[in-house]
Design a protein around this ligand. Structure first.
Ligand code: SF4
Length: 425
């Protein structure tokens, strides 16, 4: 896993990468009803699956990419390999921008970049024997003659921990872990520099996962491979990665050396993910952050920081001067109104639920009182609009996209964190 390239010479460099999907599919896709003639209008909407992503990967390194399912990890991986076309941005591989390649040039470059998928069962053709499966990419790229390909396939089967005598077996004769080893041999057959591994051990038993991960690390050392390793499981990411990028709703929100990220996380989302790992001692009470609420739609993501609708540390707007505890209560109240989470609507009941023993003064106090009156009159839309416009939308977290670099405390050269808590006032 040692780096053989300098900091300024990464194998892969991703710059300002965007991948949007048009959401106007289907017969009525993109049509919106209107009250005036012609009563329908067309409005395009886009799923912003990957938004302004930047990272480097150095030769021989493993960059782990982690985040909740649906956060855009797989779309990002496929876009980096040009299996999907980027909407905007650049992907440099050995200094060449892949977004500018097509045809034969792209096909030739693809030989050096391979991918391993999550499901080892469905990524192997059940009608083919594993020998020809491993030889397939070599054949497609015109490598070696038939005897040479067979010899290389057998050699690779052995390298990934399988018996070369199994060359003539069908995939169904192998276990899940063994099938993923066949996938590894196939990816290695064309001698790639870079392999994108998309949840390669998620479908395997925990006991098998470590064995496959260890084999991948041995192969990386032997062939000086570079991995982009995607997983939702933080323990897998910790096992295999040199550096880790944390992704939320299409964006990388934190990127640092593995030890730095796990021991000194700086983004509230990373802290919440780490705090969600089951503690060895269930009575342990030192958890810092809880991840609540749903992930917003990537069609209409929140402005500024995309995590702000779930963040427990949303920054108070400058216009107010509330104590920390008072501000947290206002945020809780606003989010409960958004969710319409009220059984009791009487002002005294609402006040005692959210503002018990807190006496909000000044402008903030007046706004909260007005919102409580709206709730009592069943005017939730008005209450929500008032609170959102007065508080959440006024936070710097809503107004500006964050991206800061902080000094690493434990390891690594860079620690990037997309959170305004690190802004310099
Ligand atoms: S920028 Fe604001 S909302 Fe986003 S993570 Fe930081 S504190 Fe939370």
């Amino acid at each position: 896993m040692s780096r053989t390239a300098s900091e300024s010479d990464p194998l892969v460099r991703v710059e300002n990468l965007r991948k949007y999907y048009n959401n106007d599919s289907g017969l009525l896709g993109g049509l919106t009803m209107d009250s005036e003639f012609p009563f329908v209008r067309r409005e395009s909407s886009y799923v912003k699956a990957v938004e302004n992503v930047n990272f480097d990967i150095h030769k021989g390194e493993t960059l782990g990419l982690v985040g909740e399912s649906g956060c855009g990890k797989s779309t990002l991986a496929r876009t980096v390999l040009r299996l999907l076309d980027a909407t905007d941005g650049s992907i440099y591989f050995k200094g060449t921008d892949l977004t500018e390649l097509d045809g034969e040039e792209l096909r030739r470059t693809r030989k050096d970049m391979q991918m391993i998928f999550q499901d080892p069962q469905s990524s192997l053709d059940p009608r083919m024997k594993v020998g020809p499966i491993v030889e397939e990419p070599m054949k497609a790229h015109g490598m070696l003659d038939p005897e040479g390909r067979e010899a290389r396939a057998k050699e690779l089967l052995e390298k990934v921990g399988l018996d070369p005598q199994h060359y003539n077996r069908y995939p169904h004769a192998f276990s899940g872990g063994q099938r993923q080893r066949v996938n590894l041999a196939r990816a290695l057959s064309v001698n790639p520099d870079f392999i994108v591994c998309d949840e390669p051990v998620s479908a395997l038993d925990v006991s098998i996962q470590a064995q496959v991960l260890n084999t991948m690390q041995e192969l990386q050392d032997e062939f000086n491979l570079t991995y982009l390793f995607i997983a939702h499981d933080l323990s897998v990411i910790r096992h295999i990665s040199d550096r880790v990028a944390v992704m939320y709703l299409g964006q990388v929100v934190e990127l640092a050396d593995k030890e730095e990220l796990f021991e000194n996380p700086q983004h509230p989302y990373t802290q919440a993910l780490l705090d969600a790992i089951p503690a060895p001692d269930p009575r342990a009470t030192d958890r810092r952050t809880v991840l609540r609420g749903d992930v917003p739609s990537p069609i209409n993501p929140p402005s500024g920081c995309r995590f702000r609708t779930r963040c427990q540390k949303l920054i108070q707007p400058e216009a107010y001067d509330l104590a920390e505890d008072e501000w947290r209560r206002v945020v809780e109240f606003q989010r409960a109104v958004k969710r319409r989470n009220f059984e009791e609507r009487e002002p005294s009941a609402v006040r005692s639920r959210f503002l018990d023993d807190v006496d909000l003064r000044g402008e903030a106090g007046r706004i909260v009182t007005d919102a409580i009156d709206h709730i009592a009159a069943d005017r939730f839309d008005e209450a929500e609009a008032l609170l959102t416009e007065s508080f959440a939308d006024q936070s710097i977290c809503a107004k500006k996209e964050p991206m800061y670099e902080v000094a690493p405390e434990l390891a690594g050269d860079r620690h990037v964190v997309a959170c305004h808590l690190h802004r310099e006032d």
